[in-house]
Write a protein that binds this ligand. Structure first.
Ligand code: MN
Length: 738
């Protein structure tokens, strides 16, 4: 019952090849013993003389990894690859040798597990290389999930023996394991590995808290044991009287889950009964529900704590009934009820697929757990290593929110997902055109978070299209990648348009036009020379400002014509920097940039600002607090320092447009007060949209004209003070970081 401790690392029983073979014979009667003995002898020879940091022969590591895999009842190839997994990296052995000795299947597994030492890094940092290696590992795992299973076993043994490493390495490895490997084990449904990894990581990352919890549990162990016995007796009686066959297991929840629970609920550790749980394993689904009914008659259930993961399995295929009841002396405790098969899936997850199968068969591709991995990789296509790891971390959080379509289909989401995520889950096009929706019949905006049990209905409009700030609204990678892809396509379409105009204008100077040049041999030559797939891509490159327009037009120049026309054409398309809404701004180091105000946040003079170099369009200036800035910071290399010019132009007080959203109790007269408040401060309303919902709450979206931040602040506070005003907000500034 006691959780496994770090201390067990030193006393771990040595695994022998005979143990592995005996264990495997229990589930594979026609075991290919020769293959495994051969792998064992081969690995023993090659690792000869190598020592682990623990002082043990190196071979103990691959042997234990193979043992963990055998315990998950995996096939010969997987266990053999476990024995051989470190050969390519740590010995002189080559992939060809492994192929000759053990065949191509095992060679592929071992190669996929070997770090890409020869990987030519186009990124300077170690982090980026690791991210890339990791992506390759996952890619290989999509083809053959056994790769990630072996990697998990490898990491599990390394965690068990972490005590021998330096403290800083311990922390780094434990962190990575807790952030990435334990959640992967969870997503693949391998509860046994997830739980052990979490507890080990917890002990290294929070040694004091772990020790304290150990003591507190130990102190209450006697009371807990008495209590276990009592409940066990009652449960056993209940099942027997009603003719249900099953086994009952009492346990202390694993340490890390107790820690998380304490953190989440602020529960007092004194109440150890919160940490006790029972599991009942029966033979049929009908028995699960029958047992649940009996338990609820015996002890009252805590409302809201019944979870039917049999009817609605978790995304990792986990199935079980969970309930919390008020037990003797008023102590609440949790009971899980499941069948044998469900229990096996809960412990071994996707690995359970291999258990009853013929050699060499893989997990079915339609398995939701494989689908998850594939979707993760699809969605990360084209992202930077940093983005990849970030999105991986997001995706690894177990889906915890279950919501429904009006037809009753179930969609699960990570916490924090919004109506917009839901729309993208329904269909990409529904996402692109989503304007909001109804949750349980009430109208809600796009950014509304979904909570458990919500029935969500999406509203679309043909006029709607994705916006940049949507990236900060969505909580799923799927939605984010769809929005990004759309924005990219849109950007390119715009670049093609700009490029066409530029090219056509220059060609006309040379007595031809884009229309007549299109499809010509000369143009085809330029496209080929630049390696562009087609004409549009070449034109887009010009529109983005990646290459000068002359790259294309030169070939149409008649011989002898002076290249005098070939001035910097990109400069020509720049409008005068002082367009009427743009205040005097300075870009540090280069006065020649085309600067414009970002439309999303329209920063005001005096506000903290930051510039981003856009592709071919100059420098976009955002307010520091603009939510889009956080998305743009994915590319910190594009950031550029900008500041307000010290002296504002004297001739005319420049103005900016600011969007303000308000909600208020819709009483007569409030609109008049709003408009008066704005004009009192010397500002004007440029446009205003109004809406009233059935509860008589009014909403106004206004665009007003202001001179500077101080004036805006005065206006906002005047509006806020109006009688009946509920909320005043400058658009584009919600959720901004402080
Ligand atoms: Mn290893």
């Amino acid at each position: 019952m006691q959780a496994q401790g770090v201390a067990t690392a030193q006393v771990e029983v040595k695994v022998r090849i005979e143990d592995i073979l005996n264990r495997m014979e229990r589930y594979r009667p026609e075991l290919d013993e020769d293959l495994l003995r051969h792998a064992y002898v081969f690995a023993a020879n090659r690792h000869q003389g190598q020592i682990r940091r623990s002082g043990e022969p190196y071979l103990t590591h691959p042997l234990t990894v193979a043992w963990i895999l055998a315990d998950m009842e995996l096939d010969e190839e997987t266990v053999a690859a476990g024995l051989l997994h470190d050969l390519l990296e740590d010995t002189e052995t080559t992939a060809e040798e492994i192929e000759v000795e053990f065949g191509p299947e095992i060679e592929r597994l071992v190669t996929a597990l070997t770090k890409m030492a020869d990987f030519e890094s186009s990124y300077s940092s170690r982090e980026a290389t690791e991210a890339e290696n990791f992506r390759r590992l996952l890619l290989a795992s999509v083809d053959d999930l056994r790769v990630i299973l072996i990697k998990l076993a490898d990491r599990l043994h390394n965690m068990r023996t972490l005590v021998f490493l330096r403290r800083d390495r311990q922390i780094a490895i434990a962190r990575e394991t807790l952030d990435i490997f334990a959640p992967i084990a969870n997503r693949l449904g391998i509860g046994s590995i997830k739980v052990e990894m979490e507890d080990l990581c917890f002990r290294y990352l929070h040694p004091k808290e772990a020790e304290k919890l150990d003591h507190e549990i130990e102190d209450r162990k006697e009371a807990a044991d008495r209590w276990f016995a009592e409940i066990h007796g009652v449960l056993g009686g209940l099942l027997e009287e009603n003719g249900i066959e099953g086994s009952i297991h009492g346990r202390i929840k694993h340490l890390y889950s107790i820690f998380e629970k304490l953190k989440r609920q602020g529960v007092d550790v004194a109440n150890v009964f919160d940490f006790l749980a029972f599991r009942i394993i029966v033979s049929t689904v009908a028995d699960c529900y029958a047992a649940l009914g009996l338990i609820h008659q015996q002890w009252p259930p805590v409302p809201g704590r019944l979870k039917d993961h049999i009817a609605i399995p978790k995304p990792n295929a986990y199935q079980s009934l969970h309930t919390t009841v008020i037990g003797p002396e008023g102590h609440p405790f949790e009971i899980q009820i499941r069948t044998d098969e469900m229990n096996k899936i809960a412990e071994y997850g996707i690995a359970a697929h291999w258990s009853y199968k013929e050699r060499g068969s893989h997990a079915p591709a339609e398995d939701s757990r494989v689908a998850w991995l594939r979707a993760l990789l699809d969605n990360s296509e084209g992202s930077s290593p940093r983005e990849f790891i970030d999105s991986l971390k997001v995706d690894l959080y177990p889906d915890e929110v279950y919501s429904f379509t009006p037809r009753g289909d179930v969609f699960s989401f990570p916490n924090g997902a919004t109506v917009l995520d839901f729309a993208y889950r329904v269909h990409t096009q529904v996402g692109h055109t989503c304007v909001g929706g109804r949750i349980n019949g009430r109208w809600v905006p796009l950014k509304t978070e979904i909570v458990n049990g919500d029935i969500v209905e999406i509203t679309t409009s043909k006029k709607q299209r994705p916006h940049h700030d949507w990236l900060s609204i969505v909580g799923t990678n799927r939605a984010r990648s769809k929005i990004r892809a759309w924005l990219k396509r849109e950007e390119k379409a715009r670049a093609v348009e700009v490029g066409r105009k530029l090219v056509d204008r220059e060609l006309r100077k040379l007595g031809t036009s884009l229309r007549s040049a299109s499809g010509s041999d000369e143009l085809a030559g330029v496209i080929r020379a630049g390696g562009y797939p087609n004409e549009d891509d070449l034109i887009a490159a010009i529109g983005f400002g990646k290459i000068p327009v002359a790259t294309l037009t030169t070939v149409f120049r008649k011989d002898g014509e002076a290249p005098a026309e070939e001035e910097d054409l990109t400069r020509k398309k720049k409008p005068a920097p002082a367009s009427k809404n743009d205040h005097a701004l300075e870009v540090s180091g280069d006065a020649d940039f085309l600067v414009y105000m970002a439309k999303c946040c329209k920063p005001l003079p005096g506000e903290e600002i930051v510039g981003f170099v856009t592709r071919g369009k100059g420098v976009a200036v955002h307010s520091r607090s603009c939510p889009n800035v956080r998305n743009l910071l994915y590319h910190p290399e594009r950031e550029i320092e900008v500041q307000w010019a010290p002296t504002a132009p004297a001739t005319r007080a420049p103005t900016s447009q600011v969007d303000v959203d308000m909600s208020f109790n819709d009483s007569s007269g409030i609109l008049a007060s709003i408009s008066q408040a704005i004009s009192t401060e010397g500002s004007d309303i440029l446009s205003c949209r109004l809406r009233t919902d059935p509860n008589d709450t009014g909403f106004a979206a206004m665009t007003i004209v202001v001179r500077d931040k101080a004036q805006l602040t005065r206006i906002l506070s005047r509006l806020q003070d109006l009688k009946g005003m509920l909320r005043v907000e400058r658009r584009g500034q919600t959720g901004a970081s402080p």
